[in-house]
Design a protein around this ligand. Structure first.
Ligand code: FES
Length: 109
């Protein structure tokens, strides 16, 4: 499973979701201080894209019906969603943000 650099650490504003397309899968990435997290970009409730949703504490709050998900575990913490978000491995390496995912990465937002 190849690794993919998606940008420099300084290109990510804290607590702002950015989406990347990976082999047909949309992944939301967020910087929390010096740590990075990656989850599915689709809300598990009704499947809307999470991009544009606020991040409060360690939770992303879906903009549509308000479901909250822990950004580290993907677990739902409130709202109508009952299922977790899928999480993806991500790390910082020499100032680069690296997703461990298959195939090509294209930034979508
Ligand atoms: S679609 Fe996200 S909470 Fe309903």
């Amino acid at each position: 499973m190849p690794d993919h650099t998606i940008g420099k650490v300084e290109e990510f504003f804290p607590r702002v979701l950015r989406a990347f397309e990976l082999d047909g899968i949309s992944i939301a990435v967020v910087r929390m201080d010096d740590r990075f997290y990656a989850v599915s970009n689709y809300c598990s409730h009704m499947g809307v894209e999470l991009i544009g949703s606020p991040v409060e504490g360690m939770d992303v709050i879906c903009w549509w019906h308000g479901s909250s998900f822990n950004i580290a575990t993907g677990d739902p913490n409130g709202g109508p969603a009952a299922d977790p978000l899928r999480t993806y491995p991500i790390r910082v390496e020499d100032g680069n943000v690296v997703l461990v995912t298959p195939d090509l990465v294209q930034r979508t937002s």
